[in-house]
Design a protein around this ligand. Structure first.
Ligand code: ADP
Ligand code: MG
Length: 264
């Protein structure tokens, strides 16, 4: 700030600004610096898996998707009304990309966001039960204005995790928005949570004030692989990577996840 003040004062003298003009410029700079700090902080707290924006989304690849509707959602008005967004579709169609982009757009407007995959949430629930801090977790998940729950349906939910998820959804109902992505249709939720009554109750609250988008297109990931000519090899060659989650012990995975969500 002091260097900026010196620089502004010099400009003011050179261009003979009035005092009011000078003050205006000083405050302008201060406000944008503060907004920038706020966005940086909120982005860190959101634990997004990556940062991508809507401008990086190729709508022409998903022609069935209503771009205008998504641009409207990016104004984050749905958050002010405590409404939810459900993005459904098979793997690779851009559900996480869209959820993250809407999260980023919300953060730019000063909204607090937290991102979780449902699988991570299940792991945290197990750990929190052991450490007797499930209620604290529930409280933390109800605080952000927007909660993104990614990949509902990839892992089955045990009874305890399903009940916890139901409590999160109920507590946030009409108060805090949720963006949820899933590869399962609503009819299949009973299998995911192994409890049809609980699945219906979750959906009842999630869908009451909500927008559902079904993305039925082709996988963008596979299109990229196909272009690179490796798609036909995918099933034959194991991907060489860091140890996959299945190779890690449950304890290792839980420690890794809880350190990722430190402070939540
Ligand atoms: P999903 O969550 O539906 O499995 P992702 O959002 O993870 O799919 O998308 C897979 C990858 O492809 C990501 O890197 C994402 O950014 C990219 N992607 C998907 N759809 C599009 C699109 N229409 N335009 C640009 N990138 C896309
Ligand atoms: Mg995804």
């Amino acid at each position: 700030m002091p260097e900026r003040l010196d620089q502004l004062a010099e400009e003011a003298a050179k261009e003979s600004w009035t005092y009011v003009e000078f003050l205006d410029r000083v405050l302008d700079g201060e406000v944008s610096a503060r907004v920038e700090r706020d966005v940086t902080m909120k982005t860190r707290l959101a634990h997004l898996p990556f940062v991508k924006t809507l401008d990086q989304f190729d709508f022409s690849f998903q022609p069935a998707l209503n771009e205008a509707q998504i641009r409207e959602l990016a104004t984050a008005r749905f958050v002010a009304h405590g409404e939810n967004i459900l993005l459904l579709g098979p793997p690779g169609v851009g559900k996480t990309h869209l959820a993250v982009s809407l999260g980023v757009a919300a953060i730019m407007q000063g909204i607090s966001v937290v991102f979780f995959t449902v699988a991570d949430l299940v792991d945290l629930v197990h750990q929190d039960v052991k450490e007797d801090r499930l209620e604290r977790r529930l409280h933390a998940l109800c605080k952000p204005n927007l909660l993104i729950l990614d990949e509902m349906g990839y892992v089955p939910l045990d009874q305890r995790s399903a009940q916890f998820l139901f409590r999160v959804i109920s507590r946030r109902y009409q108060k805090g928005s949720i963006i949820l992505t899933s590869n399962k249709s609503y009819g299949e939720w009973g299998d995911v949570v192994s409890d049809y009554v609980l699945a219906t109750a979750m959906l009842d609250r999630l869908l009451h004030y909500s927008t559902t988008m079904n993305i039925r297109g082709e996988s963008y990931r596979l299109r990229e692989k196909r272009k690179a000519g490796v798609f036909h090899d995918l099933s034959a060659k194991p991907v060489k990577d860091s140890p996959s989650s299945s190779q890690k012990t449950q304890g290792e995975r839980q420690r890794e996840i809880s350190s990722r969500y430190d402070g939540l």
